[in-house]
Design a protein around this ligand. Structure first.
Ligand SMILES: Nc1ncnc2c1ncn2[C@@H]1O[C@H](COP(=O)(O)OP(=O)(O)OP(=O)(O)O)[C@@H](O)[C@H]1O
Length: 344
């Protein structure tokens, strides 16, 4: 039986700000319930400002004011040792960081100190969790770097001396050298060219398989999900609106927003007009009543404007939050071609 390594329940996390006495609340994560299984790669998609990074920050225990957890729990099960990171102390979180739970942040330069050689950064991150020093530590790092096709020379380099792809591989190396059970990656391939993107994705996948780790990663790029994820979750305006096995999400989406994301995937050589989605994502300081997608939804009816659709199970491992999921059209030719190309 597959076991859950992460269980998120009723999670709400808001940015609560006070500008000259005026309170402002941005509901970036608004009632998310989901799980990730051992050995699974779970992809999170959604457009800009939908709350993907905010959600990931809670999972990575990287919450800083004005961002706060308002409700719910985020429970990991590391080899039978449970921890709820919404209530854990700093010391408890420090004890799991890198060794059990690691985080590849957006933009590799932000974790690599520009004035420290890569070798030093490895020491800062990994020497203590691994309990190694001197030659033993260096050997462990060099062996790990070889898996990432990086020569030991990178340890003497400063970040600016490496290419973007190498820096990203170094970041993956940092996040995986301690063999964590759970890896969180936020836009791990954005800003890399297409060939390097593929390499980096394959590396994440290989390392995940070799270590038996679970991975949750964020990208707005659906074709990346098609290549890497076992399951995909779609976030819209702070909420999980659909979740399912990757193939099903591409070939039989059951939320109009997912259907739109799949239909708008670019395809090589295709110059046809893509169906545009009217409007913009709502402000998370003042989201619309009912279904948050209703102002842009081609299927919206009165009920959608009034009542929040629950995320209901509609098939094996498939959940959707749409009052009209049964009316989400079977794939038209655009979907099918995109799905096939993306999944191929
Ligand atoms: N430090 C902050 N203070 C206040 N609001 C913030 C902060 N960081 C993010 N937000 C707001 O939270 C909401 C969700 O942002 P978030 O970065 O999580 O979205 P995202 O889906 O990851 O977007 P992107 O793909 O652009 O990174 C947005 O409305 C954003 O303006």
């Amino acid at each position: 039986m597959t076991q859950d390594i992460l269980k998120v329940e009723d999670l709400k996390a808001y940015y609560q700000m006070n500008y000259f006495g005026i309170e402002r609340e941005v509901r970036a994560v608004d009632d998310i319930t989901m799980t990730v299984r051992k050995n699974e790669v779970y992809g999170i998609a959604g457009e800009s400002s939908s709350g993907k990074t905010s959600f990931i920050k809670v999972l990575a225990a990287a919450i800083r004011p004005p961002f706060r957890v308002i409700n719910g729990s985020v429970k990991y099960d590391f080899n039978g040792k449970p921890i709820d990171i919404t209530t854990a102390s700093e010391a408890e979180i420090e004890a799991i960081r890198w060794k059990h739970l690691s985080y590849i942040m957006q933009g590799s330069m932000s974790v690599l100190n520009p004035v420290r050689r890569i070798g030093r950064t490895f020491e800062d991150f990994a020497a203590r969790p691994l309990g190694l020093s001197g030659r033993a530590f260096r050997e462990r790092v060099v062996t790990h770097l070889a898996k990432l096709k990086l020569s030991p020379n990178v340890l003497n380099a400063y970040p600016h001396e490496l290419s973007g792809g190498m820096r990203q591989r170094v970041t993956i190396g940092l996040a995986t050298v301690c063999h964590p059970e759970f890896i969180i990656a936020d836009e791990p391939t954005t800003a890399l060219d297409v060939v390097v993107q593929k390499e980096v994705l394959q590396l994440i996948r290989d390392i995940q398989k070799e270590m038996g780790a679970a991975v949750i990663f964020v990208t707005h790029d659906m074709s990346v999900h098609a290549n890497v994820a076992d399951r995909v979750g779609i976030i819209y305006a702070g909420r999980l609106v659909e979740e399912g096995p990757t193939r099903e999400m591409f070939f039989a989406p059951k939320h109009p927003y997912t259907a739109h994301l799949v239909a708008s995937l670019p395809r090589i050589g295709d110059t046809s007009q893509r169906p545009a989605l009217e409007g913009r994502p709502p402000s998370l300081a003042d989201p619309p009543q009912g279904c948050r997608f209703h102002p842009r939804c081609p299927l919206a009816v009165d009920k959608c404007r009034r009542e929040v659709p629950p995320l209901e199970t509609i098939g094996k491992d498939h959940r959707t939050a749409c009052w009209r999921w049964q009316d989400v059209k079977p794939l038209d030719h655009v979907h099918r071609a995109n799905g096939q190309e993306a999944i191929a």
